[in-house]
Design a protein around this ligand. Structure first.
Ligand SMILES: Cc1cc2nc3c(=O)[nH]c(=O)nc-3n(C[C@H](O)[C@H](O)[C@H](O)COP(=O)(O)O)c2cc1C
Ligand code: SF4
Ligand code: SF4
Length: 252
C-alpha cells in the first residue's frame, strides 16, 4: 500500500493539519494542487493505495480550482481520507463537495476530518491553531485512521454538509502590491491561480485571483495587501461565529 498526500494549502495551515494527522505515516508522495499548468492527469493511484486529500474551506466551500485539479487525478479505487481545514467560522459544505469530487475521481472515502487552523485573511481568528493540543488530537485521529486502513476497513462515514451546496460568492479581496515591491517575482511564481504577471507583479488579474492570500503571506517585503477596510468589515460580520472555540472533528 502506497500513501499519497494530495494537498492544496495556499498559506500553510492545511499542510500543518495534514502533517499532524499523517506525519508519522510511511513516507508518502505529495501532490501539490497549487501548481498552475501541472499535468495532474498523469497521476494514477492503485486500488491498494491510500490518499489523504486536504483543502481549506473558502466561504464554506472547497476552492473550485483545487476541486478541478483533483478531478484530473485517477483514484482507481484507492481509499481516501478527506481533510477540510477552516478558520474557526464554519466549513459548511466543504467536506461533501470534497466527497463528491473524490468519488468522481474514483476514490473510496473511508474517513474525514474537519480541523481548525488560523484564519488566513483575519489572523485574529483561530490564532496559532493548530496548537499543541490540536496536534495531539489530530495525531490520535491519524492513528485511528491508519488502523482502519491497515485492517482493510472500507466503510464510508456520514459526512456533514448539504446538497445542493451553498451558493458560491466572490470574495472581492484581490491583493495588490504597494511601492515596497521590488519586483522579485516570487508571488507570480507561487500564485496557485496564475493571477500575477511576472513582468508586472504589482498588479493582479482579478478575474483569476481566488483570494487565497498566498502572495500576501509570502511576500518578503510585506508589499502585497488587501483592502483593509473590506477586511475589517468582513471580520466584524463574522466576529460572533469566530469567537467561539471550535473542536476538530473526526468522521470514521
Ligand atoms: C478566501 C477565503 C475564504 C475563507 N472562508 C472561510 C470560511 O468560510 N470559514 C472559515 O472558517 N474559514 C475561512 N477561511 C479561512 C481558511 O479556511 C483557513 O485559514 C485555512 O487554514 C487556510 O488554509 P491554508 O493556510 O492552507 O491556506 C477563508 C480563507 C480565505 C483565504
Ligand atoms: S513577492 Fe512582494 S516584492 Fe516580490 S514581486 Fe511580489 S509583491 Fe513584489
Ligand atoms: S493573486 Fe490571488 S490567487 Fe494569486 S496568490 Fe494572491 S490571493 Fe492567491
Amino acid at each position: 500500500m502506497k500513501y499519497v498526500q494530495i494537498i492544496f494549502s495556499p498559506t500553510g495551515g492545511t499542510e500543518k493539519v495534514a502533517k499532524a494527522i499523517a506525519g508519522d505515516w510511511p513516507a508518502a508522495d505529495t501532490v501539490d494542487l497549487s501548481v498552475p499548468g501541472a499535468d495532474y492527469g498523469k497521476i494514477t493511484l492503485q486500488p491498494e493505495d491510500a490518499a489523504l486529500i486536504a483543502m481549506p474551506s473558502f466561504g464554506g466551500l472547497a476552492p473550485q480550482l483545487a476541486l478541478d485539479r483533483l478531478a484530473a487525478i485517477r483514484g482507481n479505487g484507492a481509499r481516501c481520507i478527506l481533510v477540510a481545514v477552516y478558520g474557526n467560522r464554519a466549513y459548511e459544505d466543504t467536506l461533501v463537495q470534497m466527497e463528491d469530487a473524490a468519488e468522481k475521481s474514483g476514490f473510496r472515502v473511508i474517513a474525514a476530518v474537519a480541523a481548525v487552523a488560523e484564519h488566513s485573511i483575519m489572523r485574529q481568528y483561530a490564532t496559532g491553531r493548530p496548537d499543541g493540543a490540536d496536534r495531539d488530537q489530530l495525531a490520535g485521529f491519524g492513528a485511528k485512521i491508519r488502523e482502519k486502513l491497515e485492517s482493510g476497513g472500507e466503510s464510508k462515514p456520514a459526512i456533514p454538509g448539504n446538497r445542493p451546496y451553498k451558493k458560491a460568492g466572490g470574495f472581492g479581496l484581490v491583493p495588490k502590491a504597494d511601492s515596497g515591491c521590488d519586483e522579485c517575482g516570487l508571488c507570480a511564481k507561487r500564485c496557485p491561480a496564475g493571477a500575477i504577471d511576472p513582468q508586472a507583479p504589482q498588479a493582479t488579474d482579478g478575474s483569476r485571483c481566488i483570494s487565497c492570500m498566498r502572495c500576501v503571506s509570502l511576500c518578503p517585503r510585506q508589499a502585497r495587501k488587501v483592502n483593509s477596510v473590506m477586511v475589517s468589515a468582513a471580520a466584524l460580520a463574522i466576529k460572533k461565529a469566530c469567537s467561539q472555540y471550535k473542536e476538530n472533528e473526526l468522521f470514521l
